[in-house]
Design a protein around this ligand. Structure first.
Ligand code: SF4
Length: 941
């Protein structure tokens, strides 16, 4: 075989890129006219000419770079490949990136704005105009704002795909109306990190680590899959060892040096045992702990009579965690004592090059899951590997969100539908409880936007969402902004088609590695037309049909809500270049690139481009490290100007200015520290103590609601893991990607052979999985890749539609019958599986899969963690052979039982409603949309 020679070229960031064959990676100077032979014409050599335009993948939040190949003959996008100039993905994508072309060409896609003509959920639609949509919503929102019903307008987002844009819009409207999907996703993991360091995501430098510990592989097979997976392998190739704690043998676990199939929820016990070993064996980073942990605060508050020394603190730690012996951790987790000791030592010896990550899975599955991320960060703190090369940084050190030209003041409103009194510490909005709150009369919604969000299908207790969305007293007007049909869009008043990754503008940055970059998503056909001299006023004029983009939609809507500027909204949507004129989307990004991204104007000037032209050309920019350093940022020294008028608290060393702690004196120097109340890493959290949870003031172990003691295998009881996904699928947006469904089209229940024998089933048999509130019927898959006692089912399949030919893509959905059979009981039965169908795409008649998966989330009640607010996904279930009357895909739900479970979990909360300071929530804790400090205080006080 002939070896293709290596070729080198230099990326704009200065990084050397090495590729084997430049023909598969065209150099940018040829992107405007790239020639390839048409593969379909083979063996004839027919040339095809393309213009290559970069954009950003929208199929997960990793924001990898894509290159769109626009066919010059047809003016259509032909394919997507990786963008080698993107610092996060570096030219490599997962299967979901190139599958963007399926989404563009999907014959099932919604091409025009639709308005319902029948009852909600009846499935009757007519085409409408963007003008009518804008007028209808502008009227409704304007009335709510004028009549001081600021909590009646809500934007509920599933996949954001941008940084900061919507927060600015909602702030301009003066409402507290940002709702998210995050409490079914990651709010527990985030909470554990936030309590420690004030940032709520970790950013591991896998590529330079000596030891990598992942609590589940979920992130590496889903979120950030590709950029982090690349760096994990890089680290391994340089000699790093990889350990994966996951009861399921995931793709990542199969590549690991150590697969640690812990019993779900026991991870904290294992991590605390490891912490104790590191302490006892003196493997900790003494200097780091002494300087950067709030141990003095802990000693003064909890042990005032003991010597206030660091040595005494360490002794106390060993004592505090005395119960976390390897034997105890082994008993809780099912791992061996030797393995726990071995991993603990390797973590300790890795020192500042210990990289660790957790996101969903254990944190998202269990009651008290936030203690998992807190205990994991404890290991990073003990090894002094916070923000070091090869360590793990707070995400804010590796993410860059540039400021827009004008930012509204925070609103003075607090919306209790989002942050109710029962959950003062909830890390994100209590999204899953919205239907309950509306049902209980806590409020109503005048205008509700779901944006790339499918709660009917995604959230637990989805039938309650159907009940909410069909109740016109609770939700007066609902628009689903979505690139694809969904089970939720079916119940909307308006279905508004929004662009996929090549049809919209967005700006994104993610913590993919130790570096900072921004990626520019752009509507490639609009860019193509404009480069070729065509004027395009709105992106929908260039996209297929009238598919629009949210950025422009919000500008137009805001302008119409406040046409004369009297509400103070319009000014945020006026051009920074043409005073008083309506902002264009090009101007919005042009200003950011010219003014807010360090190093970009200079890099552009070197190529004789404007900053906007540079971003349109390359689609991404890595900020030079000298302008945006990424390591040990807590040790940034405060500038003399920062210290003007500041006081230093003698006892704690806090530097306080205008009642705000802005830094910390350490060894005689004024450092910025961490954004926590103490400006240190908070091993001890006075916040948790003051806000009702003193027993959790330090990292501690909470037994999960699915602890193994609660399972009786003789009664066929198992722990169900519903939180994993196949890496080839997107939450609820891959139904329109035929290549992805060709790869993954079934979600059987994983069962260990010993359990299968006990239950009496074999691979392919139907099983009935019964939860607290209902059951579903699916096929069994017998595999050694799951721990005994645990069953698992991927949550990315089992799409349904209620109409023969519309509602959810036919590539992926089953036609079902769904309804209440008696008061409070919902049943779903599949009438027809996935079948071939005729369309403009001949592949639709070649569909070979017949069972497109089974939906399970409808059968889960809500389990909001009383501290973090996260839905605890894991379920105690019974698994039995299917009953004679059962069919594949059956779903049964008793909403009366679901309501009881909601009440039971609500009763676990500790509302803090009578605080002397009247605060609803600690002022220092982050919120995705943050109202003014005054709104944190209750009005009636
Ligand atoms: S990892 Fe995410 S952003 Fe990257 S190519 Fe895959 S789906 Fe797209």
């Amino acid at each position: 075989m002939t070896e293709i020679p290596l070729q080198h070229h230099i990326a704009p960031s200065g990084e050397q890129i090495t590729v084997r064959d430049l023909a598969s990676c065209p150099p940018p100077e040829r992107w405007q006219d790239w020639v390839e032979y048409d593969a379909r014409a083979w063996p004839r050599k027919v040339e095809k000419r393309y213009e290559i335009i970069p954009t950003i993948c929208f199929n997960c939040e990793a924001a990898c770079g894509l290159l769109a190949y626009v066919d010059k003959e047809t003016s259509r996008v032909k394919k997507f490949e990786g963008n080698p100039y993107h610092p996060g993905s570096r030219g490599r994508n997962c299967a979901k990136g190139p599958a963007t072309i399926n989404q563009v060409d999907d014959p099932e896609r919604i091409l025009y704005p639709l308005k319902r003509t029948g009852k909600r959920g009846e499935g009757k639609w007519e085409r409408t105009t963007w003008d009518e949509v804008l007028e209808t919503f502008a009227r409704k929102i304007r009335a709510a704002i004028i009549e001081d019903r600021h909590d009646e307008v809500m934007y509920h987002v599933g996949r954001p795909g941008h940084d900061g844009y919507m927060e600015r819009v909602l702030g301009a409207w003066g409402i507290d109306g940002h709702n998210s999907h995050t409490n079914v996703c990651s709010s527990s993991a985030r909470f554990g990190y936030q309590v420690w360091c004030g940032a709520d995501r970790p950013s591991p430098d896998h590529a330079n680590a000596r030891f990598i510990l992942l609590i589940s592989s979920h992130l590496e097979t889903g979120h950030y899959f590709n950029p982090q997976a690349q760096r994990i392998i890089e680290g391994k190739m340089k000699g790093a060892k990889l350990a994966v704690m996951d009861p399921r043998l995931s793709n990542t676990a199969s590549m690991a040096d150590y697969w640690l199939p812990t019993w779900p929820g026991s991870e904290t016990a294992v991590l605390l045992a490891m912490a104790r070993i590191i302490l006892v064996e003196k493997l900790y980073n003494c200097e780091y702990l002494c300087r950067w942990v709030n141990w003095q605060e802990y000693m003064a508050a909890e042990h005032p009579n003991k010597p206030q020394t660091f040595d005494c603190y360490i002794e106390l730690l060993i004592d505090l965690y005395a119960e976390f012996t390897p034997a105890f951790a082994a008993q809780e987790s099912g791992l061996s004592e030797e393995t726990i000791i071995d991993i603990a030592r390797q973590v300790g010896h890795a020192g500042t090059a210990f990289a660790a990550h957790t996101w969903r899975a254990a944190t998202a599955g269990n009651l008290g899951g936030w203690q998992v991320s807190r205990a994991l960060w404890f290991l990073s703190v003990l090894t002094g590997s916070i923000g070091t090369p090869g360590g793990t940084a707070p995400n804010t050190w590796n993410k860059f969100v540039p400021a827009p030209f004008i930012k509204p003041s925070p609103s003075e409103v607090w919306n209790e539908l989002l942050f109710p009194p029962e959950y003062p510490l909830a890390n994100y909005e209590m999204s899953i409880l919205l239907p309950y709150f509306l049902c209980e009369g806590r409020g109503k919604l005048a205008a509700y936007f779901t944006r790339v969000y499918n709660p009917v299908w995604t959230n637990p207790d989805g039938t309650r969402w159907i009940e909410m969305l069909t109740n016109e007293q609770q939700v007066e007007l609902h628009a689903a902004l979505t690139p694809v049909w969904s089970e939720t869009a079916w119940y909307a008043d308006y279905v508004l088609p929004m662009g996929v990754g090549s049809e919209r503008h967005d700006l994104m940055s993610q913590e993919t590695h130790a570096g900072r970059w921004i990626g520019f998503r752009q509507p490639v056909l609009r860019v193509y037309k404009e480069r070729n001299g065509e004027h395009v006023q709105y992106t929908y004029q260039a996209n297929p049909g009238e598919v629009w983009e949210e950025d422009e939609f919000w500008i137009e809507l805001s302008w119409r809500i406040d046409p004369d500027g009297s509400l103070g909204i319009r000014k945020y949507f006026e051009s920074p270049y043409r005073p008083g004129q309506k902002l264009t989307i090009e101007e919005y990004y042009r200003w950011i690139f010219e003014n807010s991204v360090p190093g970009l104007p200079q890099a552009a000037a070197k190529e004789h481009l404007s900053p906007l032209e540079y971003m349109r050309k390359y689609g991404a920019f890595e900020i030079p490290q000298e302008q945006a350093p990424v390591f040990t940022l807590n040790e940034r020294e405060l500038k003399p100007a920062d210290l003007e008028g500041a006081q230093i608290d003698e006892l704690s060393g806090k530097i306080i200015r205008n009642d705000t702690t802005i830094g910390m004196m350490v060894d005689g120097k004024a450092y910025e520290g961490f954004p926590t109340p103490s400006r240190k890493l908070e091993f001890y959290s006075p916040t948790l103590k003051e806000w009702g949870w003193p027993e959790y003031a330090i990292p501690s172990y909470i037994r999960s609601h699915v602890h193994h003691a609660a399972m009786n295998h003789d009664k066929s009881e198992y722990l169900l893991i519903p939180t994993f996904r196949l890496p080839t699928l997107i939450h609820t947006r891959s139904g329109n990607a035929k290549w992805l469904y060709e790869i993954s089209n079934a979600n059987p229940v994983w069962i260990h052979p010993t359990d299968a024998e006990r239950i009496g089933v074999q691979t392919g048999d139907l099983v009935r999985v019964t939860t607290e509130i209902g059951y579903y019927v699916n096929r069994a898959w017998i595999t050694d890749g799951i721990r005994p006692g645990i069953v698992a089912c991927s949550h990315h399949l089992g799409r349904w539609r209620l109409d023969t030919s519309q509602g959810t893509d036919r590539w992926s959905s089953a036609l079902v019958e769904l309804g209440k059979t008696q008061d409070g009981i919902w049943r779903m039965r599949q009438l027809q599986g996935t079948l071939p169908f005729e369309s403009a795409d001949p592949d639709s008649s070649r569909i070979f899969w017949r069972e497109g998966g089974v939906h399970q989330n409808l059968t889960f009640p809500v389990h909001p963690d009383p501290v973090s607010g996260m839905h605890c996904w894991h379920q105690k279930v019974t698994v039995e052979p299917a009953y004679p009357e059962d069919s594949y895909g059956d779903v049964y739900v008793d909403t009366n039982k679901a309501y009881k479970v909601y009440k039971d979990w609500l009763a676990m909360t500790r509302p803090q409603t009578h605080r002397p300071d009247s605060l609803r929530r600690p002022l220092w804790m982050i919120r995705p949309y943050r109202p003014a400090a005054s709104a944190f205080k209750k009005q009636d006080s």
